[in-house]
Design a protein around this ligand. Structure first.
Ligand code: 2AM
Length: 190
């Protein structure tokens, strides 16, 4: 009997991961529609509806065995469920993306990101030192400039959990798998 070939060195043992909040289908549908509207103005590549998310902390490539450490870090985070109001669509010139965002970040979201970064740093993971730029990417490779517009009515996104996601880069756009989720707790301090 022949054995299947061993995976190429470096393959499989590493995973590309990030923490995010993931919208329920109704919110994702509305975001996807807004992406369609923006696409009419700037072209580019629309994110698939099931991939829309807001990244809390991007980790990057790590050895698969370190996932347990990431889970332990996430377990330290406590937050109450909250509502995120997305009220604008804007574009970034430097990376040609068009995104949905919030003109005011709920304190609960800021606290969630701060706690997550602290737990990650404590666990020896790299953390982002730039200010948290909360956004849901709707389009990539947008042409020209996109003038910011108000989302009217705004999207009220109830956030009850955060998730750890594995990203599998593909030519047509990354595929994402939610590995685990952590719910908010009603009594948790923001
Ligand atoms: P983006 O949509 O603005 O590109 C998976 O790639 C998710 O992590 C995306 O939401 C992406 O944001 C975000 N991200 C943050 N920092 C990243 C980095 N250095 N490389 C790739 N993705 C990053």
């Amino acid at each position: 009997m022949t054995r299947p070939p061993d995976p190429a060195p470096g393959a499989r043992q590493r995973v590309r991961v990030f923490f995010a909040i993931w919208p329920a289908p109704a919110i994702a549908r509305r975001l996807h529609q807004e992406g369609e509207r923006a696409h009419g103005l700037t072209g580019g590549r629309r994110m698939r509806r099931d991939t829309l998310h807001l990244t809390l902390a991007f980790i990057g490539d790590i050895p698969r065995e370190r996932l347990e450490e990431l889970r332990a870090a996430a377990h330290k985070v406590a937050f109450p469920p909250f509502t995120l109001r997305l009220d604008r669509i804007a574009g970034w010139r430097h990376n040609h993306i068009v995104w949905a965002g919030a003109s005011e970040l709920p304190g609960e979201l800021e606290s969630l990101v701060t706690q997550l970064n602290a737990a990650l740093a404590e666990g020896g993971f790299p953390v982002e030192h730039r200010k948290f730029a909360a956004h849901v990417t709707l389009l990539r490779n947008a042409r020209g400039e996109f003038s910011a517009t108000a989302l009217d009515p705004p999207i009220e996104w109830p956030v009850g959990e955060f998730v750890l996601v594995e990203s599998d880069p593909k030519p047509e756009g990354a595929h994402y798998t939610v590995l685990e989720s952590w719910p908010g707790a009603a009594g948790a301090q923001a």
